[in-house]
Design a protein around this ligand. Structure first.
Ligand SMILES: Cc1cc2nc3c(=O)[nH]c(=O)nc-3n(C[C@H](O)[C@H](O)[C@H](O)COP(=O)(O)OP(=O)(O)OC[C@H]3O[C@@H](n4cnc5c(N)ncnc54)[C@H](O)[C@@H]3O)c2cc1C
Length: 401
């Protein structure tokens, strides 16, 4: 089968639905197709809260059919191949879709199998991950039932979605253990591929105080080489001051693991992947979100190679740019909007307290509220816990925020 759309979108996640809805809001007559095989749509930012026992998992998932904007064709298939010179995408089902404009937004791939031992032990043997819908409640089980000992939290060396999520759950766990008399019988290790706890100095300074408060031992420049759930051993390599690699091993009683991540394989192998990006993300102009070789292809969200921090809040600023720039091109105009790299990372540091980190490409704070957002705040917790999920389902996915 072959079908043509004015605008074809790959991925009906946060990014794909936002752009589809905004385009339709601007012009109902547009013919738009959106390719996505998933029956379900997930609000992933709340998975940290589910893992900490303060949010209902079922509230993070809805039927995809109810999220597709009115008048948009949902093509329930997996995109598989690109022929950008022919404006053509083919799917695993063998169908061919052609387009005037293409929006590429299939998210990021979780490479669970790239760490030896991880798949065998994930979801059992006290190893969990908030990066998997089905495991978020197991994370809470582990935190709640922990009686003291050694807790390990892993942040990989690759780019990931929500750079804060590997340590957010660590602070919420520590807060719970502190309030229940467990923290003083616990050693907490943070094994991180990063070089610091947070890239923006103003937020980093506050988070370093939190690390001290909970007596967390960070191990930066580190990469997990294997995990054995039965023996409860995690092995990681760490670069020392002279750049030499040292191997270390920790025996743990519970582990929260964030896997290595990269572009989905079908993107890596495609002509739109950035040849200079080791993870295969889509080549994207940092400001216009346009592909430099194929100007009728745009990319946004987690799959883009532009160097923003991969979050839903970044998408909230990218979607209007992509929408506007496509409409400009359709009218043969070139008054393009530009994205400034804005991203936000709401970092809960205790149950009821949150640092709302906002920043842009310059790595400088870009705060929305009229107070110092680097300080833990009750108001920001309420915003994350109650207001953001409502905004997501009712405004962002409707193209109205
Ligand atoms: C634990 C956790 C905590 C987070 N916390 C926050 C937070 O506090 N704040 C924040 O802003 N962000 C947070 N995020 C990040 C946020 O969820 C993502 O950045 C956002 O969902 C990315 O949107 P996307 O549309 O690019 O990808 P997704 O929303 O992941 O959607 C991708 C879509 O593409 C589809 N797809 C995949 N392959 C194909 C294919 N071959 N063909 C067609 N469709 C395909 C998938 O089915 C999916 O529907 C968090 C994420 C996690 C996991």
């Amino acid at each position: 089968m072959e079908k043509h759309y004015q605008i074809l979108i790959i991925g009906a996640g946060n990014a794909g639905i936002s752009v589809a809805a905004q385009l339709k809001n601007k012009d109902k007559s547009l013919s738009i197709g959106i390719i996505d095989p998933s029956d379900k749509h997930f609000y992933q930012p709340a998975w940290t809260l589910v893992g900490a026992g303060v949010y209902d998992l079922q509230k993070t998932v809805r039927d995809q059919k109810d999220q597709i904007p009115k008048g948009v064709d949902w093509i329930k298939e997996s995109a598989n191949d690109f022929l950008p010179d022919k404006n053509q995408v083919s799917t695993l089902a063998g169908n061919i879709y052609t387009y005037d404009y293409l929006v590429v937004a299939p998210g990021i791939q979780l490479d669970w199998n790239s760490t030896p031992g991880l798949l065998e032990t994930l979801g059992k043997n006290e190893v969990s991950s908030n990066y998997k819908f089905e495991l978020t409640e197991y994370t809470w089980e582990l935190i709640k039932n922990f009686k003291g000992g050694t807790a390990v939290f892993v942040n990989p060396a690759t780019p990931i979605k929500c750079g804060g999520a590997p340590h957010k759950i660590m602070y919420l766990a520590c807060d719970y253990w502190d309030k229940n008399g467990i923290l003083n019988k616990t050693e907490v290790h943070y094994i991180s591929g990063g070089t610091v706890i947070f890239g923006v100095p103003e937020y980093k300074a506050e988070l370093e105080k939190i690390l001290l408060k909970y007596n967390i031992k960070p191990h930066y420049f580190s990469k997990v080489s294997s995990i054995n759930g039965l023996d409860k051993k995690i092995v990681y390599e760490q670069k020392d001051n002279e750049g030499k690699i040292q191997n270390h091993e920790i025996t743990f009683d519970m582990c929260h693991f964030v896997p290595n991540q990269s572009a989905p394989d079908f993107i890596k192998q495609s002509p739109i992947s950035d040849p200079n990006n080791p993870y295969g993300f889509v080549q994207t102009n940092n400001e216009t979100m346009q592909h430099p070789t194929y100007p009728n292809i745009f990319s946004l969200g987690d799959v883009s190679a532009a160097p923003f921090s991969k979050t839903g809040s970044a998408i909230r600023k990218q979607a209007p740019v992509v929408t506007h720039n496509i409409l400009q091109m359709m009218q043969n105009k070139s008054d393009f909007k530009k994205y400034d790299g804005y991203s936000a990372c709401p970092i809960p540091v205790a149950n009821g307290k949150l640092i709302m980190a906002e920043f842009d490409y310059t790595n400088k704070p870009s705060m929305t509220f009229p107070f110092d957002q680097s300080k833990p705040s009750r108001l920001m917790w309420i915003f994350k816990r109650y207001i953001l999920p409502w905004l997501y389902w009712n405004k962002i996915l409707k193209g109205k925020a």
